[in-house]
Write a protein that binds this ligand. Structure first.
Ligand SMILES: [Ca+2]
Length: 297
């Protein structure tokens, strides 16, 4: 008779307690690593944003070399009644880089919301005036920023009609967007960035008055983009959503662009050129994660 050898009881590979312990450790490790990977992601985006600003800086220098000055950024442009605001620095930057209709900058431009040269000549294919004659295209400049890299979008792609406020009549004007994909493109459904704000320095002025943003001697004028910033965040606009900090606190532009290294008097960074602002990772203008086209501070 065959004897069947008694097999010793095999211990289960893992007990429930062991499994739970291992899972707990994994969960704790994930919890520890998540903020790190998030910080890496934020940092990588910031580097990407700085690179985009570098490209725009170079493109604006090319523009200046050709036109003996940077694009205008004033909110008032002569095509609107005094006191009216309709065509911000952000839109003028985009016009200089790619034109109001993506077909290139017209050298006769006076940076007007109506897309004319200040007389009756229409320069761009945009609403509401009739389109210009076709031979106008020959006068256009090459894009200073390649269209594929410009992140250029129409206002109506980013903001709903009910949210366009003073820009409703010029909803097809263009802005350059940052690399943070916070806004849903209404036209395509894809995520795009917030508009990049552009401020040209008034080099005949000397002040950087952090106590009085309305000081007429200020080198930079916060009002250049205030109407656009006033639209709020496209995904949660006022009055239900909060305003951007940069809109509510008008000194914020001056404190965040102040060059602390200059101690004799208050001076902004880039006092003789221009400032670019990205709303940063949180999509809000005026918060600490904003990105500028000057050194970290
Ligand atoms: Ca921000």
């Amino acid at each position: 008779m065959k004897r069947i050898a008694k097999q010793p009881n095999k211990k289960a590979a893992f007990t429930i307690i062991e499994l739970l312990t291992v899972m707990s450790i994994i969960i704790i490790l994930m919890g520890l690593l998540a903020p790190v990977t998030n910080r890496v992601r934020v940092y990588a985006r910031r580097v990407s944003q700085k690179n985009q600003f570098h490209s725009i800086n170079v493109a604006l220098e090319l523009f200046r070399a050709e036109f003996d000055g940077y694009p205008d950024s004033g909110a008032l442009d002569g095509s609107t009644p005094a006191g009216g605001v309709s065509y911000c620095g952000a839109m003028k930057l985009a016009e200089a880089m790619v034109g109001q209709d993506f077909l290139g900058f017209h050298p006769d431009s006076r940076f007007r919301a109506d897309g004319t040269d200040g007389s009756r000549n229409q320069l761009y294919y945009c609403t509401p005036p009739p389109p210009p004659p076709l031979d106008n295209l020959k006068a256009r400049k090459e894009h200073y920023l390649p269209l594929e890299q410009a992140n250029a979008y129409k206002l109506e792609d980013l903001y709903k009609p009910s949210n366009l406020g003073p820009f409703i009549a010029i909803k097809d004007r263009v802005v350059l967007c940052d690399v943070y994909k916070r806004v849903m493109n209404i036209n395509t459904g894809k995520k795009v960035g917030m508009p990049i704000l552009y401020y040209e320095a008034n080099t005949s002025n000397t002040a950087h008055d952090m106590a009085n943003p309305d000081n007429l001697q200020n080198i930079y004028d916060y009002k250049d983009n205030q109407a656009l910033v006033g639209l709020g965040k496209p995904w949660n606009p006022p009055p239900t959503g909060p305003h951007h900090t940069l809109y509510s606190d008008q000194t914020k532009f001056y404190t965040s662009t102040w060059n602390e290294k200059v101690s004799a008097i208050a001076r902004p960074y880039r006092a003789d050129s221009f400032i670019l602002i990205s709303a940063g990772f949180d999509g809000e203008y005026g918060t600490p994660d904003d990105v500028f086209n000057f050194e970290e501070h």
